[in-house]
Design a protein around this ligand. Structure first.
Ligand code: TXA
Ligand code: MG
Length: 311
């Protein structure tokens, strides 16, 4: 059952989020599907509810710049942009604060995090009350259009999420503009015009080159890729390979010994990173079922398994 909540239920919506629940809420751009960004399982459930076949890093939502600085590192330019456009439809991609406690599923294992402060009183009141960063992609099933009213959210996600906080309709109606990198680059056009951002920083924004045409590894990469070589669907690892297990296999690293895809998704990036840190050079991955969150997990692993000079 998905509950419809209103502004008198903010404490309830906040409690649901703190318990790891999924709560859709209005922003000035579109309704977001919110989850506690410090809770990997809650974030994994966002992907499951949306039926999304791949993992993208997600935007975290906070009530003000002061909270944003708990999770991201702001240089002078980022701070100037935040002061000029927040609250508002601008998302800033900044280096993640060490020990910020964000789930690696939010950042897709990257060293950066996308942050914004929505310009919607109900959203900010909710974020104040939760007092945790809230990851929120648009609150629609994967492939459907973004919702700009609570009814649209329920049309797509009723029964798949805990609640929708009804705040009426969204005034902007398209997603936020995303900028990041040095030199500052327009990563996604959106609610704040490029010209307004360029006027604020006094310089042109670079234009994002899609990942597939970039040859240098790491450049504006939208996902963490492990250093280790990966082989997928392995029942019996070869000598020299280290098994990344799933379900009931004997392995030092296991995405989910219980065979739970939500747990596996929540562990994915952190385990790849831990294996890199441990100096593992060849990873063999157990078969992972190709349904539900398994689709997104396998998509991510397939990309990571492509030799680096082919990406
Ligand atoms: O208007 C919006 O921004 C809506 C409302 C709900 O706030 N939210 C939204 O969130 O569109 P989301 O999570 O779907 O946006 C994710 C996009 C990714 O596709 C990626 O392009 C970019 O944000 N992104 C997130 N983290 C990033 C990072 N560390 N580096 C580069 N891009 C990042
Ligand atoms: Mg969307």
């Amino acid at each position: 059952m998905t509950e419809r909540l209103d502004r008198s239920d903010i404490a309830k919506a906040a409690a649901l989020l703190r318990e790891g629940g999924l709560v859709a809420f209005p922003t000035e751009t579109v309704y977001g599907l919110g989850a506690d960004a410090t809770n990997g399982q809650a974030v994994a459930r966002v992907y499951e509810a949306k039926g999304r076949p791949s993992f993208n890093p997600l935007i975290i939502h906070v009530p003000d710049l002061e909270s944003a600085e708990r999770y991201g590192v702001f240089d002078a330019t980022a701070r100037a942009l935040a002061q000029a456009f927040w609250p508002g439809a601008l998302t800033l991609v900044v280096p993640v604060q060490p020990k910020a406690g964000l789930s690696e599923l939010v950042t897709a294992g990257l060293e950066t995090v996308a942050i914004r402060v929505p310009d919607f009183d109900l959203a900010r009141a909710l974020l104040q009350e939760v007092d945790r960063p809230i990851a929120a992609p648009s609150a629609n099933p994967s492939g459907a259009v973004s919702p700009t009213a609570a009814d649209h959210v329920l049309d797509g996600l009723a029964g798949r999420i805990d609640a929708v906080l009804d705040g009426g309709s969204c005034s902007v109606g398209v997603e936020s503009t995303i900028v990041g990198g040095d030199p500052l680059t327009l990563l996604r056009p959106g609610g704040i015009p490029r010209e307004a951002i360029e006027a604020c920083i006094g310089a042109p924004l670079l234009t994002h080159v899609p990942e597939t045409t970039i040859s240098a590894p790491g450049q504006l990469a939208s996902h963490y890729a492990p250093n280790a070589a990966l082989r997928l669907n392995v029942e019996n690892p070869d000598p020299g390979e280290t098994l990344l297990g799933f379900d009931h296999v004997e392995a030092e690293w296991n995405l989910s010994p219980a065979g739970d895809l939500i747990e596996a998704a929540a562990n994915l990036f952190a385990m790849l990173r831990a294996m890199d840190a441990a100096g593992v050079e060849k990873i063999a991955v157990s078969p992972i079922p190709d349904h539900g969150l398994g689709l997104a997990i396998n998509d991510r692993l397939k990309r990571a398994a492509v030799p680096r000079d082919e990406t």
